[in-house]
Write a protein that binds this ligand. Structure first.
Ligand code: ATP
Length: 455
């Protein structure tokens, strides 16, 4: 598995960060760690691998869930103005005809006349990344949607599409949600789920893949409040990344120029991360205006406007959309967390992941495999499991086990030793400082919950 499954030398959008020992080769180090420790595997690897498609292993699936849970918590659970849905991935042509995706959801495709490799013209910096030629065909629009047939007859009427964004699920259910929840603008509908784009040049590990997960929220507001809420959501979303430990100097906001706006957008700002190849998009926050609701109302005949009982007015709400990628965000958090330092003169690799994102929050480590110790360690494990995602690890020396958990970002190791059998206390070892404190088993859950800021 390499960092660049299809594209040798990804075109940089901006100067890549200066190598400093840790960032030097960072991408390869993180990609290797992901495979070695079970975060991310090449899909269908035993058959030679299915290009730019990935499977998430035992650690990766925990972390993906944590990214999604952190988003859902902030966007739905802690708010009274946002509700969730989970819409179908497979959808009929009518949805994509009305949304404009059939016509407009394209990237400019060029072919190198020398080596016949195909590229996305707007991401090329000059010569062909494959052979160095500058002789390309004229760019032509290439539609990114995956087309299939629903049912046993493969005729025109059976054409269906895998959704290229989750957003349309929120628009086509707008009236359903309005009626069933009695929400009124400003309010939002959030969704997390898989989307599919037949990307011309998937690249940079899980940064750009053909199958990926998105977390999107459509926030419906009175038409004259669009700009205000656009600014509000840019700030909210920026804060979310910082609260989860993204270094501020690795993040920036970049408003789109008029020439790069999507067909539905009046204004978009990207939250960007300084990836090893330069600044690139983590999340786009768009003002989609009333484009989608109007188009679906016209095409379907449904009433997708809002009647405001207080003013007696009918209007199509404008929509602010923060749209992020789960897989891309997970990768950025991994890159940001990766570090190499020394503990007691010994080199270690450590992921400084926020405890909400780490695959395991706690590792329970009996000092040895002695039955008495294991019995107590399992008791401790069972006490912790309802509150934290835990690992239980008995193999190899305790130092080795600490290193292993540093490398996968486990914030707390709990060690059960022979004294524990007498004093009913255990040692909590903290990942970042390696500091150790002795804590009675009775207060262990409370102590760790308080460290996690849970109470
Ligand atoms: P790009 O310009 O990089 O192709 P986009 O601007 O088309 O991306 P959006 O349509 O705004 O992307 O999608 C919202 C988010 O979904 C992106 O910010 C990204 O995090 C995620 N995303 C989009 N396409 C992909 C992909 N092919 N692989 C992984 N994540 C993706």
């Amino acid at each position: 598995m390499t960092a660049e499954p299809e594209v040798p030398g990804a075109p940089a959008h901006a100067a890549a960060p200066e190598p400093d020992g840790v960032t030097d080769g960072l991408m390869d180090k993180v990609v290797n760690l992901c495979k070695r420790r079970g975060f991310i595997f090449q899909s269908a690897e035993i058959y030679g691998g299915f290009r730019s498609t990935y499977d998430y292993g035992p650690l990766g699936v925990n972390m993906l869930r944590n990214v999604k849970n952190a988003w859902w918590r902030s966007m739905v659970q802690l708010r009274d103005d946002v509700v969730g849905i989970d819409a179908a991935i497979l959808s009929p042509s009518s949805v994509w005809e009305a949304s404009g995706h059939l016509r407009n959801f394209t990237d400019p495709l060029v072919e190198c006349r020398q080596c016949h490799s195909r590229w996305r013209a707007d991401k090329l910096t000059g010569p062909c990344p494959n052979c160095g030629s500058t002789d390309f065909t004229e760019a032509r629009p290439f539609n990114l949607m995956f087309k299939t047939h629903a049912g046993p007859i493969e005729d025109e009427g059976a054409i269906a599409y895998l959704r290229p964004e989750t957003a349309q699920g929120m628009f086509v259910n707008f009236a359903n949600v309005l009626q069933t929840t009695r929400k009124r603008p400003p309010f939002g509908i959030a969704q997390i789920g898989k989307s599919f784009r037949n990307e011309i040049t998937p690249q940079n590990f899980v940064f750009r893949t053909r199958e990926f997960e998105q977390m999107e929220m459509e926030y419906f507001v009175p038409p004259d409040e669009g700009q205000k809420w656009h600014e509000y959501w840019i700030n909210e979303r920026y804060r979310w990344y910082l609260e989860l430990g993204m270094p501020p100097d690795k993040m920036r906001l970049r408003p789109h120029g008029a020439d790069e706006l999507s067909h539905y957008s009046s204004a978009t700002s990207d939250l960007e991360y300084l990836f090893p190849w330069g600044w690139d998009e983590l999340e786009g926050i768009a003002n989609r205006t009333d484009y989608d609701l109007r188009r679906h109302a016209e095409a379907s005949g449904a009433h997708l406007d809002y009647f405001d009982p207080t003013t007696g007015e009918r209007y199509y709400p404008h929509v602010i959309e923060p749209a992020g990628g789960v897989t891309r965000t997970m990768m950025a958090f991994l890159l940001a967390a990766y570090d190499e330092d020394e503990v007691g003169g010994e080199a270690r690799t450590v992921l400084h992941l926020h405890h909400r994102l780490a695959p395991y929050q706690v590792a329970v480590l009996p000092l040895s495999k002695k039955e008495q110790l294991e019995t107590m360690a399992r008791e401790v494990l069972h006490q912790l499991q309802p509150h934290f995602m835990c690992d239980y690890d008995v193999t190899q020396s305790i130092g080795r086990r600490y290193r292993r958990h540093d490398e996968i970002g486990t914030p707390w190791c709990v060690t059960v030793d022979f004294d524990s059998l007498d004093d009913r206390a255990v040692t909590i070892r903290e990942r970042d400082t390696t500091a150790q404190v002795r804590v009675p088993v009775d207060v262990l859950v409370a102590e760790l919950r308080s460290r996690a800021g849970e109470d």
